[in-house]
Ligand binder design. Structure first.
Ligand code: TZP
Ligand code: MG
Length: 220
């Protein structure tokens, strides 16, 4: 267990920009977005698909796994069954999904489990339950997730970071214009969905985010 734990925390330490797919918003399609992201140096991909059948998801997830191969961590949103079916690296789940402990029993110690949280208390519980990282958001107001609620503000990242040891991934309403405040407040990684998948040049946008994240992390 100690060995697996260190492998996962090593992998998660390496992440900077985190891609979450959205086929409803994507200009060029999910597979193209994943390909361009991995080619741009993105090292973690979450397949988040709300509109396709399970059959289509298993097929697409297998393809994404192949694209990520050893280059990027591959997680699946919500669907533990699909993650098991394609042997993904793990899942990202929400507060209303399967409890982390139950997901852990199904997936085993080696897989990565990320949990969405909105505050310090949920983050502490996530860590206790065995989550490998937390997704904190929405940092800013966003139209991408209808029930996301009001933006928490980037200072919330600092508050949550100080309460837990596992990595904090910031999500929600993050664009080039406001991403500096996210990293300055201590986010280990950040997700931008619309800023990436609605763009004409996914590669250029991801490189921009990766560069700025490295620059700010280094100067800290
Ligand atoms: N969870 C919290 S906010 C959000 C999700 C999935 C949507 C983020 O999308 P965008 O376009 O980067 O605001
Ligand atoms: Mg969910």
């Amino acid at each position: 267990i100690a060995k697996n734990f260190s492998r996962k925390s090593f992998l998660l330490k390496e992440i900077d920009f985190y891609l979450v797919t959205d086929s409803g918003l994507s200009k060029k399609g999910t597979l193209s977005d994943v390909r361009e992201a991995v080619e741009s140096g993105c090292r973690i991909v979450q397949y988040r698909e709300k509109n396709k059948s399970t059959k289509e998801m298993v097929e697409e997830a297998s393809e994404i796994k192949r694209i990520c191969s050893s280059r990027a961590i591959f997680l699946i949103n919500d669907r533990i069954d699909v993650a098991l079916a394609v042997d993904a690296d793990g899942v990202h789940i929400g507060q209303d999904d399967m409890p982390v402990e139950t997901a852990r029993k199904l997936l085993g110690e080696e897989k990565i489990i990320g949990l969405s949280v909105q505050d310090r208390e949920e983050a502490i519980l996530a860590e206790k339950a065995g989550a490998d990282y937390v997704g904190l958001g929405p940092i800013f107001n966003t139209a991408t997730k209808k029930d996301a609620g009001e933006g928490l503000g980037p200072e919330k990242i600092r508050e949550v970071k100080s309460a837990i040891k596992i990595p904090v991934v910031a999500i929600g309403g993050i664009y080039k214009e406001n991403c500096e405040s996210v990293i300055q407040n201590g986010a280990d990684s950040l997700v931008a969905i619309s800023a990436i998948v609605c763009s004409d040049d996914v590669k250029r946008e991801i490189k921009f985010f990766i560069d700025i994240i490295h620059r700010i992390k280094k100067s800290d």
